[in-house]
Design a protein around this ligand. Structure first.
Ligand code: NAG
Ligand code: NAG
Ligand code: NAG
Length: 234
């Protein structure tokens, strides 16, 4: 009886920190990143357009975009990538999940396209009013089981997911720029900043697609690039 009470208190506290409980949100685990490579190329722009149609139908395009899920780091069990930042710079590094779980909420999710689709957190980021507003949108979309089902059917086995549109991407889009990730050689930390479209290199791989953000009216806006080929030196 007593332990049931403690569990209840704990989950209520966690729910307050996260602002809102998202129906069907999976638990974070390093296993959620299983099978991901450093190349986000499974999601092409035409597929991103179709997946953004699903997001738009469920009221998510204001705060979420479509991501070609990938991973640059190799995490040990119990570890998580945690990010914080602002509209011009974000930093992410490896943390112990149990140490930071109450300080963050997932920013990126993988959507498994199995018979029963799953929304699986891939990382954590700091809790801000904007990300809590985004979680409200996601909770509303997830309350309708058709959302995940339609996303998974459209993704049809491709390594796809959704991610919160951070102030960094929003600012970049408003200035006709894109965001680029840079990782350290040890693959334990990364920074992201906005660069001009002219500074995009031919082997940079687009990884994040949004719609209706900033001044663009494009069907999908490419907002983030990860260097590939030789990612760790970029
Ligand atoms: C964002 O954070 C970086 C690093 O802490 C800082 O240099 C920069 O001035 C900040 N930008 C804004 C707009 O606050
Ligand atoms: C885009 O719109 C924002 C306001 O949302 C404005 O501040 C900015 O100057 C605009 N950028 C361009 C390139 O028109
Ligand atoms: C990220 O930015 C910080 C602060 O500017 C810098 O000290 C660090 O070396 C950068 N790390 C990477 C991986 O670029």
């Amino acid at each position: 009886m007593k332990s049931a009470f403690l569990v209840l208190v704990f989950s209520v506290t966690a729910a307050i920190a996260a602002g809102v409980t998202i129906p069907g949100e999976g638990a974070y685990s390093v296993a959620n990143l299983q099978g991901l490579s450093d190349e986000p190329t499974s999601v092409t722009q035409p597929l991103a357009n179709q997946l953004l149609d699903v997001l738009e139908k469920y009221g998510l395009t204001k705060n979420f975009g479509v991501v070609g899920v990938h991973s640059h780091v190799s995490l040990a069990p119990g570890q998580v990538m945690f990010q914080h930042g602002n509209s011009t710079f974000t930093h992410q590094e490896i943390e112990v999940y149990d140490d930071v779980r109450s300080d963050g909420v997932p920013y990126t999710y993988r959507i498994m396209t199995d018979a029963i689709p799953q929304l699986l957190p891939l990382d954590l980021g700091e809790i801000t009013p904007n990300v809590l507003a985004a979680r409200n949108d996601l909770a509303a979309a997830m309350a309708n089981k058709a959302f995940l089902q339609e996303f998974a059917e459209t993704a049809s086995g491709h390594l796809a997911g959704i991610a919160y549109i951070r102030p960094l991407e929003r600012m970049a889009l408003e200035h006709s720029e894109v965001v680029k990730n840079h990782y350290n050689v040890e693959k334990t930390a990364g920074n992201a900043t906005a660069i001009s479209l002219a500074a995009v290199e031919s082997d940079d791989a687009p990884s994040f697609f949004t719609r209706g953000v900033g001044n663009s009216t494009a069907v999908s806006q490419i907002t983030m690039f990860v260097p590939h080929g030789n990612p760790w030196q970029d």
